[in-house]
Design a protein around this ligand. Sequence first.
Ligand SMILES: *Cc1c(COP(=O)(O)O)cnc(C)c1O
Length: 401
Amino acid sequence: MSDKFTGSFTQQEPIPEEGIEAALNVLRHGRLHRYNVAEGEAGETALLEQEFATYMGMKYALAVASGGYAISTALRAVGVVAGDKVLTNAFTLAPVPGAIASLGAVPVFVEVSDALTIDLSDLQRKITDSGAKVLLLSHMRGHICDMDALMQICDAAGVQVIEDCAHTMGARWRGVLSGRHGVMAAYSTQTYKHMNSGEGGLLVSDDATLMARAVMLSGSYMLYERHLAGPPPEAFENLRYEVPNISGRMDNLRAAILRPQLRALGRQVAAWNERYRVVEKGLQGTPGLTVIERPEEEEYVGSSIQFLLLDWADEQIGAVLQRCAARGVELKWFGGAEPSGFTSRYDSWRYAPAQSLPESDRVLKGILDMRLPLTFSLSDCDQIAGIIRAEVGTVYQQWAG
Ligand SMILES: *Cc1c(COP(=O)(O)O)cnc(C)c1O
């Protein structure tokens, strides 16, 4: 097989026509700021929040400027202050430790297992050793840990859980939507996530005080009563004097684009999973390659796929990357010594104290990662899997033989 894949790993689908129409409507009336509404008008942002809260089955939702902003707002809302330690995943993306650092707080990294989820025994150990009272749990690349066990550990230790659901919007653990386990959960609507408004974020919670703080923090001024999915005015009574305005609202234009995408989310999830399963099936049984087993309790969203070349030498992995790239298949590697593109590793986040994470080092060295945009057809996915399988096989044989 010497064919080449010619699709683009960064090309998402167009915005649905309905979203384009709604966006044009906002542009035509000119009321883009969320609190700039005509008499009797709710505004696209307030409606998006209401619809997202309903979708999640939660009391409150808040739309903000980005996923990273949603996370830092959640950290502030639960009371993290400068100097506090915050537990988080060693395997995640830069905006996660970045959100912790933005408060002057200190990330404490927890090991990643070879299932690509947080290692629960290391979590238990780090809770005891660090004394941290908050876990920022990143469901990195959509892999969900045993949430029942995690909540048991955190509840017993009085650790509050904030969920980073940038890759699990629409996913579930044992039937419960991802983001319903912690005290607050953050989502991103940046172009490469499950809904696309260029940039954007959402925050959900059932806790009136936490959400009232988040609304004030996001820059509501005293207009919080215009939030259709916000806590009642009483929740703001004391906070209105205390909580700083750290401006980071979403605007009506982005919300207009997102509302039709939320209605289509179930369909999109099914489309991602169809593609994921084709690639997964194509990779199974490749010598030297470990496919990540997904637990039965997990209903994932296969918007990207990972596999492991565990304990391979750097040069071997480099050869696989190169050979796949030459055939049009872009793989990202978390084991690279230097941060590159969107990918960086805990040891390159040098604003955090240096930490030793041997289990993560082994796993990260072997992780290869690939997006599966919905512009790929099922036969594209089949072709991609074939290319990876062939190139991994060739390199494996060269070294083994
Ligand atoms: C994208 C992402 C974020 C941050 O979202 P932005 O909207 O880009 O700020 C946070 N966590 C993870 C795991 C992400 O992939």
